[in-house]
Design a protein around this ligand. Structure first.
Ligand SMILES: [Mg+2]
Ligand SMILES: [Zn+2]
Length: 200
């Protein structure tokens, strides 16, 4: 049996959306993000970051910066007694930059390549899992992998929800103020599910 996971978008969901994190100093956690991820850790969810970093393909920053930023993210979370079970990123763009970063890859969300890798590495069950993100692409991505989805109103979320939801290919199962409220909602869903199971 596979593990339950929560697939977390990075920019605008865990950390402040600044356009592109093109310097380590531009990476700051959003309020309550550490606490939210700690709750996932404590409740048996694998916490897995899945992020598009096309700034690499666009030539805005080197791929080595992505690694540095992820180390900083892990360090900041550790201070809040939270951890990530995996971090997966796509450095590509289909038509900007030069190969190998310019390519029609299978890993840029809403494509599912990164999650397929995570499922193999961590033995995950997407049908018991959730996606949290701030963009329509995150919601479409959730539908493609067969997970439930939550849109956060941090980052691009509020604008995406207000102006673009009519064009989305999929609807979120829930809309939450931030990552913390998303996790609270997920834990409530799980409580309900357990009640239903125990009454059978
Ligand atoms: Mg985002
Ligand atoms: Zn890719």
């Amino acid at each position: 049996m596979g593990h339950r996971a929560v697939f977390l978008d990075r920019d605008g969901t865990i950390n402040e959306e600044v356009g592109y994190v093109n310097h380590i100093e531009r990476f700051t956690l959003l309020p309550r993000a550490g606490q939210a991820i700690r709750f996932l850790n404590q409740h048996g969810f694998k916490a897995v970051v899945v992020t598009n970093q096309s700034g690499v393909a666009r030539g805005y920053f080197p791929e080595s910066l992505v690694e540095l930023v992820h180390q900083k993210m892990k360090d900041l979370l550790r201070k809040e007694e939270a951890y990530l079970d995996g971090i997966y990123y796509c450095p590509h763009h289909p038509d900007i930059g030069t190969p190998p970063y310019r390519q029609k890859c299978r890993c840029r969300k809403p494509a599912t390549g990164l999650v397929e890798e995570a499922v193999r590495d961590l033995n995950l069950d997407c049908s018991k899992s959730y996606v949290i993100g701030d963009r329509g692409a995150d919601i479409e991505f959730a539908q493609r992998i067969g997970a439930r989805s939550i849109l956060v109103l941090t980052g691009y979320g509020k604008g995406e929800w207000e102006y673009f939801r009519g064009q989305w290919k999929a609807k979120p199962d829930h809309v939450a103020l931030d990552l913390y409220e998303s996790v609270e909602w997920i834990l409530r869903q799980e409580d309900e599910r357990l009640k239903v199971v125990s009454h059978k």
